[in-house]
Design a protein around this ligand. Structure first.
Ligand code: GDP
Ligand code: MG
Length: 704
């Protein structure tokens, strides 16, 4: 059994991922390139009984002159023989309907002298546009095999597989000779590094600093060599590209013929764009579509989410009933199972959002959204592609942050990730609802507007405004490592491929459960521990106290149980921490009981309501049944000031706190997963908590 490595490479949107899916189906894995925020998609393919292949889907690249971080990855994989992904065979995916630009890239890869084969894709589109391509001639001119495929419909995949099985030769001749451009430098680099191709040596001269494999000594030598010959990099790169186009133009003439009367697909696209990019209708349609997406993750997802929630409650109850009451059961039910439930519950939102995203991307509409929104979003340091994550953030930051993947520019993406959790997500709703019902009277303003609704709207606007403000500030603070320069091409409109949509949905759910899941489970076990254990004999003391009382008491059994629960929570480690942080949160108008709820609701904001009901021992009423908690909260008197704890000032202060604070472990863990480090989630938590603290302090001190 032999194993080979195959790399798929090509310009963005040439159909690479489609081909990848067609080759590997669901036998794929998303990992990451060491230490970098770019996904590494690998898949497995059995070519024959003796031949297995690992296929890697490299990030889309326009040319071998890397500018963005994902382009460096492609670059390193190809040029660095020590890179674990360095391929035995390169499949260059070329878009036949965009041949000129694609051939430039193909010709560069050919000159690296790695066994290569061209998969000519989108031939159907080219044909529709009246472009006929003579593949045989093309193969002769380029010196590598060319195979027709249709990645979208899975046509030609078989031929491609067969071609890969037969040993693919290293391209014989250079497409463009670069040696005459700078013979000394190229020979020198070949000596220092041992690479064989002139063009590889040329590329190393241009980019050796960013190629990981060379050691300090080699890099030092290369540096000296370049200085000695005063290597004019930019000039030579320009000359190289020019030489390539000089050869590509006659090839295009030889290998293609254009039927002018048939530019159908382009015409249709232009017609659709006249409406979808219209300064008025365009934006209206955009609002409509985004409203639909928002509805889906906000409302439609609620049904499966409720079902999942109910399923897990049922399982918890069943396990509690049937297992012996001990520590292990408790850990299993309250810690692990609750944690798993907290992960699974996100799946409907993630799948729905990514279903929509892959439809919008497949059809080509997403690029139009960027086009429509780019100017506006640039002003606050984000890109047109940040619009969807921000809108999705109104439902839930978790899928929203996962969807920032589409933003190419690193800085735009980080800023979008950093501000998305400020959008008022649906988990804040129960908290707001509880607090609003507590302080805002059930009145109408001018007889029409519901006052409670207005306050709620105000909180939404506040989150929205703050996210733009913070983005603006970060635009100045964060240093960009890369130029924010990229081409925006409007692709033609296409029908979505449902298979691809399905794969994306499953893939994203899997990534979330596998990657973000670990952190979520860990944190929920820690929180469970903090809330279920107390120092020393605190818990047994409480149990003993009530065990003596019970027979005589007038309270019913459940009431007593609620009181025990409440006292235990107060005596637990979480309770201790609540007491401990009380001096710090006093100026915000919070007491230690609220402190406990702030700690437990780090699991998820809506946990706040549940904790309040435990603290005030109103039992495990449904979360939506606020009245009992509310009445109990109203009676709460501060032992020091002898005034009610929940004054209007405290309630407002709490609302503002929840508007800004990062009270969500799932968001933290998904940010870690998306940025591939703890740095950004920690910065985010720090700034959001700081912001929440300052804002609550201000509100409380002003209104108390
Ligand atoms: P990538 O950016 O290179 O990964 O490209 P994708 O695989 O995401 O494909 C981009 C778009 O091209 C998708 O909408 C595909 O449906 C479409 N596509 C891919 N291959 C073909 C093809 O052979 N013919 C047509 N008409 N569309 C294709
Ligand atoms: Mg792709």
């Amino acid at each position: 059994m032999k194993n080979i490595k195959i790399a798929l490479i090509g310009n963005p949107n040439c159909g690479k991922s489609s081909l990848f899916n067609a080759l590997t189906g669901l036998r794929q894995k998303v990992g990451n390139f060491a230490g970098i925020t770019v996904d590494k998609k690998t898949g497995y393919l059995q070519l024959s009984r003796e031949l297995n292949a690992h296929v890697i889907d490299l990030p889309g690249t326009y040319s071998l002159y890397p500018r963005r971080i994902d382009e460096f990855i492609t670059f390193d994989v190809l040029l660095n023989p020590d890179n674990p992904s360095h391929p035995d065979v390169v499949v260059i995916v070329a878009d036949a309907s965009n041949l000129k630009r694609n051939l430039l890239f193909c010709s560069q890869i050919i000159d690296l002298k790695i066994p290569s084969i061209i998969a000519l894709n989108m031939v159907d589109v080219a044909r529709k546009n009246g472009l006929a391509i003579d593949t045989l001639q093309l193969a002769v001119d380029l010196g590598v095999k060319v195979i027709h495929i249709n990645a979208r419909e899975g046509k030609g995949i078989h031929d491609l597989k067969r071609a890969i099985q037969t040993a693919i030769p290293v391209p014989e001749r250079y497409f463009v000779e670069v040696k005459p451009l700078c013979p000394e430098v190229i020979n020198g680099i070949k000596d220092i590094t041992g690479v064989k191709s002139d063009y590889t040596a040329f590329q190393i001269a241009c980019h050796y600093i960013n190629i990981f494999c060379f050691n300090v000594e080699q890099k030092g030598k290369i540096k000296q060599l370049l200085e000695r010959h005063q290597f004019p990099m930019a000039k030579l790169q320009g000359e190289e590209i020019l030489k390539r186009y000089e050869k590509i133009n006659p090839i295009l003439e030889r290998c293609t013929s254009q039927d002018q009367s048939k530019q159908q697909a382009l015409d249709t696209t232009a017609k659709i764009d006249r409406i979808l990019l219209h300064p008025v209708y365009g934006y209206l349609i955009f609002l409509l579509i985004f409203y639909l997406v928002f509805q889906a993750i906000f409302s439609w997802a609620a049904y499966p989410m409720d079902a999942i929630g109910a399923g897990f409650s049922w399982m918890q109850e069943a396990l509690n009933k049937n297992l012996p009451q001990n520590l292990v059961t408790n850990l299993l039910v309250e810690g692990v199972l609750a944690g798993i439930g907290g992960i699974i519950v996100f799946i409907p939102q993630i799948m729905l959002l990514f279903g929509f995203i892959s439809i919008l991307e497949d059809t080509g509409y997403m690029t139009r959204v960027s086009f429509l929104m780019d100017r506006l979003m640039r002003k606050v340091g984000m890109s047109g592609k940040s619009t969807l994550p921000l809108v999705s953030g109104l439902a839930c930051a978790v899928p929203a942050i996962m969807s920032t993947r589409g933003i190419e520019n690193w800085k735009d993406r980080i800023i979008t990730i950093m501000v998305t959790p400020l959008m008022s997500c649906s988990a804040r709703l129960p908290v707001y609802a509880l607090l609003i019902s507590f302080i805002v009277p059930d009145e109408r303003l001018f007889g029409i507007m519901n006052l409670k609704g207005l306050v709620m709207l105000g909180l939404y606007l506040l989150g929205w405004a703050m996210s733009l403000l913070v983005a603006l500030v970060m635009k100045w603070i964060i240093k960009a490592k890369e130029k924010s320069y990229y081409l925006m091409e409007l692709p033609i409109y296409r029908r979505p491929r449902w298979g691809n949509v399905g794969i994306t949905m499953v893939e994203k759910a899997k990534v979330f459960v596998m990657d973000a899941g670990k952190v979520i489970i860990t944190i929920s076990i820690i929180l469970w521990f903090l809330a279920s254990f107390g120092p020393g004999t605190a818990f047994t003391d409480i149990e003993r106290k009530y065990a003596d009382l019970q027979p005589a008491g007038h309270a019913t059994k459940t009431e007593t149980e609620d009181i025990i629960k409440s006292e235990k929570l107060g005596a637990s480690f979480a309770g201790r921490i609540g007491h401990f942080i009380e001096p710090a949160i006093r100026p915000l108008g919070f007491d230690w009981k609220i402190g406990i709820a702030l700690i437990t609701s780090f699991a998820a904001r809506e946990v706040f309501v549940g904790t309040m009901s435990t603290i005030y021992s109103v039992g495990s009423t449904a979360d939506s049944d606020f009245e009992a908690i509310r009445d109990r909260m109203r009676k709460e008197i501060d032992p020091i000031t002898k005034k009610p704890v929940y004054s209007a000032a405290t309630s407002f202060s709490l609302m503002i706190f929840f508007a800004f604070a990062m009270q969500c472990m799932s968001t933290v863990s998904v940010v870690r997963r998306e940025t591939k480090s703890w740095k950004w989630p920690l910065i985010q938590m720090a700034y959001m908590t700081g912001l929440a603290y300052a804002a609550s302090l201000l509100v409380y001190q002003l209104f108390k």
